[in-house]
Structure formats: C-alpha cells, structure tokens
Design a protein around this ligand. Structure first.
Ligand SMILES: [Mg+2]
Length: 323
C-alpha cells in the first residue's frame, strides 16, 4: 500500500464540521474559527521505546496519542476542534493501523474533533499530533496567574499511572482488579476537556499533570512568581496508594503521588472565593476536585507530610533529559 492509499483508507473521513472548509487531500487544510474566538495550538510527540513499548495495544495507543493533546488544550480552557497527525511507521501493517485509528477516532468523535491533515513516512514508530482548539478571545488560562492566598487543586486522583507501571515492572504487586483499573488509567487517560472549559474565569492558573505534581506545579509557581505549600495527606489517591503510604512501600507511594507522570489530571489555582463555584463544577462535570494546598508569596514549594512536617527530600519531576 502506498502512502496515499494508506491515508485514504485509514485517515480520510467525511466530517460534518462546517468550519472545516478544506480537509485532508489538499496541500493544506482550511478552517474557519468561530467569530470572537482565538486559537489554542499545541503539539505532542510519542516515541516508541520512550513513551510506549513496541508491543502496546495499538487501539490504546491511538487513544493516548490524541488524549495527551486534548489534555493540553483542557489545561488552557480551550475547546478542541481540529487535529493533524504526523507519523513515522516501520511498515504499513494494516491490522495495526486499523486498531490505532479505531482508538484515535473513537476519542476524536467523543469530543467532536476533526482530523484535518497530517503526514506519514517510513521510520521508527513515532506519532505526533498537533491539536487546535478555540477560546473566547482573551480567556485562555495560563500558568502565570496564580496569586498568594489562592487554593491549589487537582482533579481526579494522582499517581495511578506510575503505580501500575511499577507493578508491570515487578516493583510492586497489585491485585487483579486494581491492576486492570489502573492499567486503563495509564493506557487510556481521560482528558479533562469539559472541566478545563468550566475553569475559564475561575482558575487563576492551570496545567495538566503529565510529568508529576511537584515538577508541574513548579511550572505554575515559576511563571506566576509565587510559592506554594501542599499537604501530602490531602493529595487524592486510590486505595492501593493510600495503603502503601502508611506501610513498607511508603517511598514508592510518595514518588507516585508527588512525581508520578502520565495521569493527565489538571492542577490549578483559584481564589478562596471560588470554592462554591468549584464545588458546582465538580458536581456538573463528575470530576472530583481536591484542594491540596495554598499559593504563598514566599517562592519555592513546601511539601508537608501527614504529621505536619516539611519534607526535606521531595521526589522530583520526571525530566526526559535528566539521566
Ligand atoms: Mg501540558
């Protein structure tokens, strides 16, 4: 199968999105943003051996390839609209492509995202999505707006993906049901798209937790020129992590909660006056929101353990370039 046949068969679909004036098949796509809207644009690359294993289920990979990009738009408060996919593939494995695109388009359809272009080439497997979303002009949530006295929140639970990875690598043991549930969190993360849009005008700063709470919250603190104090006891977690926090695997649990990446939850700051509004947002979206600390005028991140003591050594963030 040549490149054009492959694109036509697996990636070209009709769209009911009238804002897509010209889709796949021309030299460039043409879209018409809604009047009064700005575009939010982000790109994310997944590399075999680095972000996923060669034997990963291709349908899950299709989901995750798009999910990580949707998560970035959610963090900005944007509504996702269009995506472009660049991919290097070692071969035109039709079964693999069928499963990959099934996972990708199932998620795209749920959020009304149209694939409007892309590029494929032969090479080591590498997938790169560019996502484009819309925002009312001037309403993007950035990392720079957190103010002293703001509450710090996270959505969902943290550490799930790192805990299941530890189990898959034989570093801990999970019962079968927990393993299956957490594996879904790792392989098919749920981007907090509706939550992100509801946080516009409520959150003062936000981002998605892709590299671990400490490192990612650190980006907000740096850009906002503030500090924070967070409490380990209040970080929302699954029972399997809760048990470990008080037991022999405490170090692992702390790493999962503070430095575990890949959960794709949102971390954000909001004024104390927004607490009622946030309770309503959690109720409406069905996404639990947990207050884990406070923004401080004093810079730096203070992590307080369950006994109220500041932790001296805090597990850090995952960094691709740290060896
Ligand atoms: Mg991000």
């Amino acid at each position: 199968m040549n490149e054009f046949a492959l694109i036509e068969r697996f990636f070209q679909r009709s769209t009911h999105d009238s804002a897509v004036r010209i889709g796949i098949g021309d030299d460039a796509a043409v879209v018409a943003p809604a009047p009064g809207c700005e575009l939010a644009i982000s790109v994310d690359m997944l590399v075999e051996g680095r972000h996923f294993l060669p034997d990963v289920d291709p349908e899950s990979l299709g989901h995750k390839t798009l999910a990580v990009n949707l998560s970035d738009l959610a963090a900005m408060g944007a509504k996702p609209r269009w995506a472009l996919l660049g991919g290097a593939l070692p071969d035109a494995d039709e079964r693999w492509l069928a499963a990959f695109t099934r996972g990708l388009f199932a998620l795209a359809d749920r959020f009304d995202v149209a694939l409007i272009g892309g590029d494929t080439t032969r090479g080591p497997r590498n997938l790169c999505v560019t996502i484009i979303g819309e925002l009312p002009a001037g309403c993007a949530i950035t990392r720079a707006g957190a103010r002293p006295g703001d509450d710090v929140y996270v959505s969902g639970t943290l550490g799930d993906a790192m805990l299941v990875l530890a189990a898959l690598q034989g570093r801990t043991v999970l019962d079968e049901a927990t393993l299956a549930a957490l594996r879904a969190r790792l392989e098919r993360p749920e981007p907090r798209v509706a939550l992100g849009q509801r946080l516009r005008g409520v959150a003062t700063a936000a981002l998605d937790v892709s590299d671990g709470l400490v490192g990612d919250l650190g980006h907000i603190l740096e850009r906002s020129r503030v500090g924070a104090q967070i409490d380990v006891a209040s970080i929302p977690r699954v029972p399997a992590l809760d048990e470990r926090l008080g037991g022999r695997e405490r170090e692992l649990a702390l790493s999962c909660l503070l430095a575990g990446g890949d959960d794709y939850e949102l971390c954000f700051a909001a004024a104390a006056a927004a607490r009622d509004a946030l309770r309503a947002i959690a109720r409406d979206t069905g996404v639990p929101l947990t207050r884990i600390g406070t923004i401080t005028a004093q810079t730096g991140l203070r992590v307080v353990d369950e006994n109220g003591n500041a932790m001296a050594a805090v597990p850090g963030a995952f960094d691709h370039f740290r060896q």
